[in-house]
Design a protein around this ligand. Structure first.
Ligand code: DX5
Ligand code: ZN
Length: 279
């Protein structure tokens, strides 16, 4: 793709010197900064999920069948081994679960840190907020006020993507929509005309330094074919060894964490990634 942009992920940088690390990336030619916000999974979630689900089965008669809990069913099925047939979720169950549930098993930083970064770095740098959090609705306004430019949320984390997209726009930010490796790209398609960027995760979200999942490339390719002018971002394990695949598939926004951070010469890595991608 022509005009590829490189956004270093600062997750694996020296977080005690976050401002300086961001400046170092910008001075090395970064086109934007990819800032990873994570909410930390509750470790006992699985057990609680299972018992709540059983409770729900006992109460199945009072189920409100009209509500769409499909993806919750899906999730319970995978996490708790509860079959869809035996599970008819209740609104109360849903509410309890969504309070318990966090998105990734790691924790990073929130909008106060973003606000400080904005003060230190000035108005120019573009902040792409990768919101690996449950209930992404709650941080839209705080992130906008703190100085975020783009709010990239996960399709898996919200019940109502349409309302969230609208809210992000009303708060003056661009909209990114992310999918985890296990999520089919077709789920993203209905929203593609309303968003600025699609993020195809190439690792399970949560940590930097993981292995690139090449089998995600068909998703990128499919999106590129269906939506030629959509910005498509890849994130996870992207570096000099894997950029060719991403470029070939049609990604044009390239997140790279450890490959840039661990290099002695970040400028040359950023240039290399951009050149290969723009070929
Ligand atoms: C993973 C994060 C990524 C990660 C990328 O959950 O969303 O942004 O920091 O780091 P690398 O490039 O090291 O995989
Ligand atoms: Zn990320």
């Amino acid at each position: 793709a022509s005009g590829c942009k490189i956004g270093p992920s600062i997750l694996n940088s020296d977080l005690a010197s976050l401002g300086a690390e961001c400046l170092r990336m910008l001075d090395s030619g970064a086109d934007y900064l990819h800032l990873d916000v994570m909410d930390g999974t509750v470790s006992s979630l699985k057990a609680e999920t299972v018992s709540l689900a059983h409770l729900c089965i006992l109460c199945r008669k009072s189920t409100m069948a009209s509500l769409n809990y499909n993806w919750l069913d899906e999730w319970l099925y995978h996490k708790g081994g509860i079959s869809k047939e035996s599970l008819l979720p209740l609104p109360a169950l849903w509410q309890t679960l969504s309070l318990l549930r966090h998105f990734v098993p790691n924790i990073t930083f929130g909008h106060p840190v973003v606000e400080s970064l904005r003060k230190q770095l000035g108005q120019d740098p573009f902040f792409d907020m990768h919101m690996m959090v449950s209930r992404p609705e709650q941080w839209v306004k705080p992130m906008a006020v703190a100085g975020a430019n783009q709010y990239t949320f996960h399709l898996e984390a919200t019940e109502n993507p349409g309302a969230l997209i609208k809210d992000i726009r009303e708060n003056g930010m661009k909209v990114g929509l992310a999918i985890k490796p296990g999520t089919t790209v077709e789920y993203l398609a209905p929203w593609a005309n309303q968003i600025d960027m699609a993020l195809v995760m190439t690792v399970e979200p949560g940590f930097g330094g993981q292995k690139f999942m090449e089998d995600m490339m068909p998703k990128v390719h499919w999106l590129r074919t269906q939506f030629p002018s959509l910005d498509i971002e890849v994130d996870g394990g992207v570096g000099p060894d894997t950029i060719h695949k991403c470029a070939e598939a049609g990604a044009n926004m390239i997140v790279s964490g450890s490959a840039i951070m661990r290099s002695e010469d970040p400028r040359s890595v950023i240039n290399l990634l951009r050149n290969v991608c723009s070929e």
